[in-house]
Design a protein around this ligand. Structure first.
Ligand code: ZN
Length: 260
């Protein structure tokens, strides 16, 4: 039988805390380390939908990419969505672990998987730390690759019908960066690294204008799509590491943004 502590210790090794951003809140956020775990659900975010799935299926541990709670909590009441979710999960004795930006930057983390999924070579972090890991990734693609072709690869890898693009699809994209989620702040680092293109989950209108001004083509698949696939990979990693557990990625959670 495994405990919350066993799972947390593995996740700390898989996505070490030192890789998390300073502002982040990662690790075991809710729960008792001594409790036994038989069922684990991964998800991108704890929402009323994913929490209901976890409670219905009697999950012992949720591994959520986005932290809950994220900000310091001064009252724990049902007056807010976060408070209600926390009260429900605690009542159901469900622990919550979040690797968040440590998972973004980990050796087998989201950005590394995005970079390999796109076919980048000589992959390196955009903001390297002393130990050779760090935020974002960049690398090289086959000579002659255009921004439009890179967009097609991304759509194929993430199983998307469409995405947003900044820049002419014919422009070269042989050096490209990836940064999942709302990572527009890494645009300057990508530009400094000489990237002609960058994949960002989502970013602001003004960052799109800045990318255009810098001559960096942007591909924006959406925050959900840029990270959800990795939550499914994480469920596979946990299933492989802990074969006697029942492990799955939330089947109920969905992108709240719809194309209409
Ligand atoms: Zn995110």
């Amino acid at each position: 039988m495994h405990t919350v502590e066993n799972l947390a210790a593995f996740l700390e090794r898989f996505a070490p805390r030192r890789l998390a951003e300073d502002w982040d809140n990662v690790g075991l956020l809710v729960g008792d380390r001594r409790r036994q775990v038989a069922r684990v659900m991964t998800c991108l975010t704890v929402t009323p939908t994913s929490a209901a799935e976890a409670m219905e299926r009697r999950v012992d541990l949720i591994v959520t990419h986005h932290p809950l709670p994220f900000r310091p909590v001064k009252q724990l009441t049902a007056d807010t969505t976060v408070g209600r979710l926390l009260l429900d999960l605690i009542a159901a004795r469900i622990a919550v672990y979040s690797p968040h930006t440590a998972f973004d930057s980990a050796r087998e983390g989201i950005n590394q998987r995005l970079a390999t999924g796109l076919g980048l070579r000589e992959i390196a972090p955009l903001l390297p730390d002393e130990e050779g890991l760090g935020a974002g990734r960049w690398g090289r693609i086959d000579p002659g690759t255009t921004l439009g072709q890179l967009a097609e690869r991304l759509k194929q890898f993430l199983a998307l019908d469409r995405l947003q693009m900044v820049g002419d699809p014919q422009r070269p994209a042989q050096v490209a960066a990836v940064a999942c989620g709302a990572a527009g702040t890494l645009l300057d680092a990508a530009h400094r690294a000489g990237c002609q293109a960058m994949v960002v989950g989502e970013t602001s209108f003004h960052t799109c204008l800045e990318a255009e001004a810098l001559g960096v083509g942007l591909l924006l698949p959406g925050h959900f799509a840029s990270e959800r696939f990795a939550v499914e990979c994480l469920a596979d990693v946990l299933a492989e590491q802990f074969p006697d557990l029942e492990t799955w990625a939330s089947r109920a959670e969905a992108d709240p943004l719809r194309w209409v």
